[in-house]
Design a protein around this ligand. Structure first.
Ligand code: NAD
Length: 515
C-alpha cells in the first residue's frame, strides 16, 4: 500500500492539542499531574499527530490490590443502600456528563481520533445509559412463581454481586465504561476500572466526574476506582477472587487469555470481543439507503468500531453497481484532522493498526482480491491517515475471517439467500450483521433461527451504531456477553430463589414423605 499524493493534510499543532486536553481536564475538575515527556509514567498520546501529549502516573499491581480492597469495603455499604438511592448517584453523574459533554468529546477526539460528531455521540451514549440506569434503579424485580405446596410462596430475589472489574478497549474509551458502571452501580456493585493504556486522559476525566457526583450525593468515593496502565493491571483483576464479575472488552486474543483464567477461579466473566460484521444486500434492496448505511458502517470511525462493517455480501445482480457507488462515495470522504468539521475519516490509532491493514490488503491481493483505495495520506511519520479500502474477493479466504481493525471492506457475491446467510455465518466471530432488502420474506428469514447467527441482526440499517436500550453483544468468539440495555443488568447481580412456608405443615416437594 503506497503513500499517494493527496493534498498534504493540515493537522493541528501538538502544543494546541496539549492546551485543549489541559483545558478539558481542568473543566471537569480533574487535576492529574501531567508529566514532561521524559518523566516516568504512562504516555498519553494522540493519533492525530502520533505524538505524546503528557505522561501520567501509572498504577502498580500493588495499587490494583489496594483498589480492589477499597471497592470490596465500599461494597459492604453500597449493597445495602436502597437501589433508588444508588440511582441518584448515577443520575447526578448523567447530569455532570451532560454539562461537560463537549470537554469530554474533545478528550475522546484527542486520544482516539474520532471526528467531533462521533466523539459527541460517544459521550451522549454515556448520558443515555445513565438515564436508563436511573430508571432501572426502580425496576430491579424478581418473579413470584406458583408453588406446588399449599401455604408456600416461591420467589426470586436479585442481590448485588460484589466488585465488578471493568477492562475497556481503546476505541470506545468512555461509553463502554459507562455501560458497565452505570448499570453496576444501580445494581449495588462497586467498580474497579482498567481502561486501555492508550486512553488514560478520558478515564481520568470520567473518574473525576463520578467522584464529584459521589461526593455531592453522599455515596462512598470508593464505589469506583481507576487503574491506569497496561495488561498487568488487568491481570490483577482477572485473578483476584474478590472481583466477582470481570467485564472485559477488547480483542478475541485478550478474551482467550482472560476468560479461562476467570473461569479457573469460578469467577464470572462478561466478554465483549472482536467482530467481523457483514451486510447482505439483496436484489430487492433500496440501493440509495444501502450505500449510505454501508459507507457509514464501513468507513466511520476509520473502521475502528467493534461493529464496523467488514464484509459486504452482495447479490450478483447488484454487486457491480454497489461497488461502483461505494467506491465513488469513498473517493469523496474527507480524511484528516478529526477536529475539522469537514473531516469524516480520522486517523488510525497507531502504526500497528496501519501495518495490520497493509498486511491484510497484501494478503487479500495475493488471494486474488481487487483492491480499491486504502492509500496512506502524506502526513508526519508517526500518524496514520488512510483512505477506506474496498476489496472485491473471489471467495471468502482466511484473511476475510480475521478482524482487521481498520477501514477495510471485503466484497463477496452470492446467488441465493441461503448462500448469503452461510457466508454471513462463516466467520468465527458473531457480533453484528445486517440485511438490506424491501422484501419482508428475505428480512424475516435473515432474523429467523436459521438466519444470522450474530448477537445483533439489523434490517435496512448498517451494522454499527447501536442504541443503548437493547442488549449489546455477540456470539461465538465475540464472547457471548450482553451489556447496556434490556435485561443485561442480570449479569451484574446474583439470583436467590426463596421458598417461604407460611403454613403450619411441612409438606416436602415432589410428594416426598419422610417420617
Ligand atoms: P485489546 O484486546 O488490545 O485491549 C483491550 C483491553 O484489554 C486493554 O485495556 C488491555 O490493556 C487489556 N488487556 C489486554 N490483554 C489483557 C490480559 N491478558 N489480561 C487483562 N487485560 C488485558 O483491544 P484494543 O486494541 O484496545 O481494542 C480493539 C478490540 O476490541 C477489537 O477487537 C474490537 O472489536 C474489540 N471491541 C469489542 C467491543 C464489543 O463490545 N464487542 C467493543 C469495543 C472494542
Amino acid at each position: 500500500m503506497s503513500t499517494v499524493k493527496f493534498p498534504a493534510l493540515t493537522l493541528p499543532d501538538i502544543a494546541d492539542l496539549r492546551d485543549r486536553a489541559r483545558a478539558a481536564l481542568r473543566s471537569v475538575g480533574a487535576d492529574p499531574v501531567l508529566g514532561d515527556l521524559d518523566a516516568p509514567g504512562l504516555p498519553a498520546s494522540t493519533p492525530i499527530t502520533g505524538e505524546i501529549l503528557f505522561r501520567v502516573a501509572e498504577s502498580t499491581p500493588a495499587d490494583a490490590e489496594a483498589a480492589i480492597a477499597q471497592a470490596a469495603q465500599a461494597f459492604t455499604v453500597w449493597r445495602s443502600t436502597p437501589a433508588p438511592v444508588r440511582g441518584a448517584l448515577v443520575g447526578r453523574l448523567g447530569e455532570l456528563l451532560t454539562e461537560h459533554k463537549s470537554a469530554l468529546a474533545d478528550l475522546v477526539t484527542i486520544e482516539v481520533g474520532k471526528i467531533g460528531s462521533e466523539a459527541l455521540g460517544e459521550v451522549q451514549e454515556m448520558i443515555d445509559v445513565c438515564q436508563f440506569a436511573v430508571g432501572l434503579s426502580r425496576q430491579l424485580y424478581g418473579k413470584t412463581i406458583a408453588s406446588e405446596r399449599p401455604g408456600h410462596r416461591l420467589m426470586e430475589t436479585w442481590h448485588p454481586l460484589g466488585v465488578v472489574g471493568v477492562i475497556t478497549a481503546f476505541n470506545f474509551p468512555v461509553a463502554v465504561w459507562a455501560w458497565n458502571t452505570a448499570v453496576a452501580l444501580v445494581c449495588g456493585d462497586t467498580v474497579v476500572w482498567k481502561p486501555s493504556e492508550l486512553t488514560p486522559l478520558t478515564a481520568i476525566a470520567c473518574q473525576a466526574l463520578l467522584a464529584r457526583a459521589a461526593a455531592e450525593v453522599g455515596a462512598p468515593a470508593e464505589v469506583s476506582r481507576l487503574l491506569l496502565g497496561g495488561r498487568d493491571l488487568g491481570e490483577v483483576l482477572v485473578d483476584d477472587p474478590r472481583v466477582a464479575l470481570l467485564s472485559a472488552t477488547g480483542s478475541v486474543r485478550m478474551g482467550r487469555e482472560v476468560g479461562p483464567r476467570v473461569a479457573r477461579r469460578f469467577g464470572r466473566s462478561l466478554l465483549e470481543l472482536g467482530g467481523n460484521n457483514a451486510a447482505v444486500v439483496t436484489p430487492a434492496a433500496d440501493l440509495d439507503l444501502a450505500v449510505r448505511g454501508i459507507v457509514f458502517a464501513a468507513a466511520g470511525t476509520a473502521g475502528q468500531r467493534c461493529t464496523t462493517l467488514r464484509r459486504l455480501i452482495a447479490h450478483r445482480s447488484v454487486a457491480d453497481t454497489l461497488v461502483e457507488r461505494i467506491a465513488t462515495a469513498y473517493r469523496s470522504l474527507p480524511v484528516g484532522d478529526p477536529f475539522s468539521s469537514d473531516t469524516l475519516v480520522g486517523p488510525l490509532i497507531h502504526e500497528t493498526a496501519y501495518r495490520s491493514m497493509v498486511g491484510a490488503l497484501e494478503q487479500a491481493a495475493a488471494d486474488g482480491g481487487e483492491v480499491l483505495g486504502g492509500e496512506r495520506h502524506a502526513s508526519p511519520e508517526a500518524c496514520y491517515y488512510v483512505s477506506p479500502a474496498l476489496v472485491r474477493m473471489p471467495a471468502q479466504t482466511a484473511v476475510v475471517h480475521d478482524e482487521t481493525f481498520a477501514p477495510l471492506l471485503y466484497v463477496l457475491t452470492y446467488d441465493t439467500l441461503d448462500e448469503a446467510i452461510a457466508l454471513n455465518n462463516a466467520v468465527p466471530q458473531g457480533l453484528s450483521s445486517a440485511i438490506f432488502t424491501t422484501d419482508v420474506r428475505e428480512a424475516e428469514r435473515f432474523l429467523a433461527a436459521d438466519g444470522s447467527d450474530c448477537g445483533i441482526a439489523n434490517v435496512n440499517i448498517g451494522t454499527s451504531g447501536a442504541e443503548i436500550g437493547g442488549a449489546f453483544g455477540g456470539e461465538k468468539q465475540t464472547g457471548g456477553g450482553r451489556e447496556s440495555g434490556s435485561d443485561s443488568w442480570k449479569a451484574y447481580m446474583r439470583r436467590a430463589t426463596n421458598t417461604v412456608n407460611y403454613s403450619s405443615e411441612l409438606p416436602l416437594a415432589q410428594g416426598v414423605q419422610f417420617g
